[in-house]
Write a protein that binds this ligand. Sequence first.
Ligand code: ZN
Length: 331
Amino acid sequence: MKKNISRALLALTIAGAGVLSAVQPTVALAAVPAQQKTQVPGYYRMQLGGFEVTALYDGYVNIDNKLLKGINGKDAKVLLDKMFLDSTNGVQTAVNAYLINTGTNLVLVDSGAAKCFGPTLGGIQNNIRAAGYTPEQIDTVLLTHLHADHSCGINEQGKMVFPNAVVYASKADADYWLSPEIAAKAPEEAKGLFQMAQDSVAPYQAANHFKVYSPGDTLIAGVEVVPTPGHTPGHASYLFSAKGQELLIWGDIVHSHSIQFAQPEIAMEFDTDSKRAIETRKKLFADVAKKKLWIGGAHLPFPGLGHVAIDGKGYRWVPVEYSPVMVAAGK
Ligand SMILES: [Zn+2]
């Protein structure tokens, strides 16, 4: 029976091919349209309990492998090869921010680099709009730290991009990056970072919209500050909790997903205190893997949402799978 059907199909196919080839010369083929050369908008939505989480893409930078400390080029290549990454021109590294609608607040965590780091970055404002919101609607901005790729996006030509928002940073980071005395003593190549941090927050300070907090302070409902120092003195992560589901937005705990999950002891040149950054990373990996927390990472491949899993002596990154937004994410 099956054989007969196959034969019948084959006969039909051959007949069809004959018809096609017979008419082909008289059919004018439509021109293939031009390639679109555009990408989907840079946002991704996830439901977390009653909260709506929107990952926002700012852009990317190519990070030179030599900025990783504690690993030689050969060992780094083995790990990069595993992820099909070529480091010839540096490794593409995303810059992400997160917009959380808690139902009570519209909260932006980090704000991208705006124009501080070149043309491959600065997409946050466009992607906020693409995601259905406006910068004016945001009432709270939580900065994980005061590096320019996180703070420059709050300022455009000296004006507040989020005029109705209170911008929060940790006191330890503000005391460091906003101090003219520390900036004056900094090495010449680091002075620009201090200047960019000071410029970013200046209009908010002038409008009394900039606030610093200390560990243990409550900022808004549903969010807990988790101090994660090392990368900068007051680097902080933010734990969002809704109906038993939790998401930790951890800023710069990882810069190189291909290397630092496997080897958390590898540091990054930009760390203010590498030793402390490594301790924080190791402790946090163990903790979030055990608790199976959702993670949002500023420099993980967009949307930077997923989980950390134990893998042998190290860890691995398990990214979120595309999901219709109406489906609530599991734990
Ligand atoms: Zn960063």
